[in-house]
Design a protein around this ligand. Structure first.
Ligand code: SAM
Length: 290
């Protein structure tokens, strides 16, 4: 077995050898706790039938564990200074490829077709750069790849929004976008001292598993997304006021008819509506031509 990259002493030796200095603006907080890495791979249930995409490998702390467990690993790293470091630290793992790329601009279906042999389940396992957690999750949901599972570390406050249920302050368009197709749970929490440098926030590992069927049947996904986003624009206002803002004052009778058909009171707040309420309302708004 190769030495663990993620021990505090090995990490500092690697950083020193390559003269590496952290860039805060890229969310560079590296894990230096092998026990946590073992637990992340276990939460992903990563095995020889899996091809894994990692976002932001850093110096390879997590990548090493993924390489040892999975069939193949593809790691996307934005910082060009880390590419030679990863070539060094991951030299012993021929099933692992590092690509210099911004995940938000990456064409994942093409990368997957180019790098994986195509016969395995696809998973994402990553300690995310926190400054773009939500855009990354939305990109992963919209990229057209049916990932079987995602196990991702993020700031605790964002994790709370992902698992939030109706009638809570954390429930919103992010909760709905994710929960529509994925079952979501918090696997475990991670103290800030597990990283160098320590971030200013505590973290949680979130496990997302693809559902057999979506939580609600949505006929027009674009209309559904627009309705959900528009309904949460002013959380303090009623659903009615948000809908009038979204569709226009002239449409009041049509909005009222769609709400009546959906059996949703105009005085509701968006946070009281379940995913299937939003799906029903989308259908009834479209029946009214909205
Ligand atoms: N996986 C390593 C670990 O656990 O120690 C590093 C995690 S660190 C929180 C986030 C990593 O994401 C950094 O290596 C950073 O350079 C990289 N990164 C930041 N923005 C990125 C982007 N847009 N695309 C790909 N990688 C990015």
């Amino acid at each position: 077995e190769q030495p663990r990259i993620a021990t505090p002493s090995e990490t500092s030796a690697i950083l020193k050898r390559h003269g590496f200095r952290f860039k805060k603006s890229l969310g560079q907080n590296f894990l230096t706790n092998p026990q946590i890495l073992t637990r992340i791979v276990a939460a992903g249930d990563v095995g020889p039938d899996d091809d894994v995409i990692e976002i932001g490998p850093g110096i390879g702390a997590l990548t090493q564990y993924l390489a040892e467990a999975a069939h193949q690993v593809l790691a996307l790293e934005i910082d060009p200074r880390l590419i030679p470091v990863l070539a060094d630290t991951l030299a012993g793992y021929p099933n692992t490829t590092v690509v210099e790329a911004d995940v938000l601009k990456a064409d994942l279906p093409t990368l997957i077709a180019d790098h994986f042999d195509g016969h395995h389940q696809l998973k994402v396992v990553a300690n995310l750069p926190y400054y773009i957690t939500t855009p990354i999750l939305m990109h992963l949901m919209q990229t057209g790849v049916a990932f079987e599972r995602l196990v991702v570390m993020m700031q605790k406050e964002v994790a709370a929004r992902l698992v939030a249920q109706p009638n809570s302050k954390d429930y919103g368009s992010l909760s709905i976008a994710i929960q529509q197709t994925m079952d979501v749970e918090i696997a475990f929490e991670v103290n800030r001292n597990a990283f160098v440098p320590a971030p200013n926030v505590d973290s949680a590992i979130i496990k997302l598993s693809r559902r057999q069927t979506p939580r609600a049947e949505v006929t027009d996904q674009a209309a559904f997304d627009r309705l959900v986003r528009g309904s949460f624009v002013s959380r303090r206002k009623t659903l009615w006021n948000n809908l009038v803002n979204l569709y226009g004052k002239d449409q009041k009778p049509l909005i009222q008819a769609a709400l009546d058909a959906s059996e949703i009171p105009a005085s509701s707040r968006a946070e009281q509506l379940s995913i299937s309420d939003f799906a029903t309302l989308t259908t009834n708004l479209s029946h009214q031509g909205l």
